[in-house]
Design a protein around this ligand. Structure first.
Ligand code: SAM
Length: 286
């Protein structure tokens, strides 16, 4: 099996195949064994585990997943990668490679067909140009998924893991924390990739919650409040909510809602906890 964390091996593959990295597809391939070890260890996978990998590239993580997991399904958009990936993973009979765009893939159907609807873990070094839509898409679909262990931009990982009243706290922190408990596993420098990305990266683990940490009457309304509160960060909360036009209330009525749930009207969205958002959402649509 070719050692894909060796820059010399990567160079040899490039020379043999004529493959060119695509910047627009976010092709920065991982060449750091330590980070691969950390991802596998954090995921806790064993021979009973089902794994969905997004963007296998040449297969550096795929090889490790196949060694540890029961079954691995890897979805890769770039058809020029497929022959190289197929060769690099030829010895594994527990791998299915699907040449498709993950954004256009019916993931629930894939899980039904490939894993018999069983629980999966998503383990991937994600293409950074679609990090947030991939993560939010997976979470919102409420799939039979127990955890995600994904490499993403450090800046996005910091936003996901941020606590209220910190500079990184925002709609993404609230949205992701509604569905799962995030934990940053390891920070990864650009030198761990070939070619090197312009930004630092982090591996983050998102452990799915059995139920949301706050009870809300209506999930859609809850997320409407979150979006509106962070939509205009420099505005006070009543202004941000009133200006969003998302609620059947004027500014004065919104102030009354805030006061009725014990929230000072001078507070800003970034100081609100998930419970505060739930309290507002349950009242503001009344
Ligand atoms: N897993 C490899 C590794 O760790 O070295 C490659 C990771 S690279 C950051 C991202 C991979 O995602 C690339 O192979 C890229 O072609 C693929 N990709 C980009 N957009 C995609 C999409 N919409 N659907 C599926 N794969 C995609």
């Amino acid at each position: 099996m070719r050692k894909l964390t060796s820059p010399d091996v990567i160079k040899q593959i490039l020379a043999e195949s004529g493959f060119r990295f695509s910047k627009s597809l976010g092709q920065n391939f991982l060449i750091d064994d330590r980070v691969l070890d950390e991802m596998i260890a954090a995921s806790g996978i064993d021979k009973t585990s089902n794994v969905l990998e997004i963007g296998p590239g040449f297969g550096t993580l795929t090889q490790r997943l196949c060694m540890s997991a029961g079954k691995v399904v890897s979805v890769e958009i770039d058809d020029t990668v497929i022959p190289i990936l197929t060769e690099n993973t030829a010895e594994f009979d527990n791998l299915k490679i699907i040449n498709a765009d993950i954004m256009k893939t019916d993931i629930r159907k894939l899980i039904d067909e490939e894993f018999g609807g069983g629980e999966v873990k998503v383990i991937a070094n994600l293409p950074y140009y679609i990090t947030t839509p991939i993560i939010m898409g997976l979470l919102e679909k409420e799939l039979p998924m127990s955890a995600l262990v994904v490499m993403i931009q450090k800046e996005v990982a910091d936003r996901i893991a941020a606590k209220p009243s910190t500079k990184d706290y925002g709609a993404l922190s609230v949205a992701v924390n509604f569905y799962c408990e995030p934990e940053v596993i390891v920070n990864v420098p650009p030198s761990s990739f070939i070619p090197q990305p312009k930004v630092s990266s982090s591996v983050i683990m998102l452990k799915m919650r059995k139920k949301p940490p706050v009870e809300v009457k209506d999930k859609k309304q809850y997320f409407t409040v979150v979006k509106a509160a962070f939509g205009q960060r420099r505005k006070t909360l009543p202004n941000a909510l009133a200006n969003s036009g998302a609620f059947p209330k004027d500014k004065q009525q919104i102030i009354e809602v805030l006061n009725s749930v014990g929230i000072d009207e001078k507070r800003r969205g970034e100081t609100l906890t998930l419970q505060d958002f739930a309290n507002i959402a349950d009242k503001i649509f009344e």
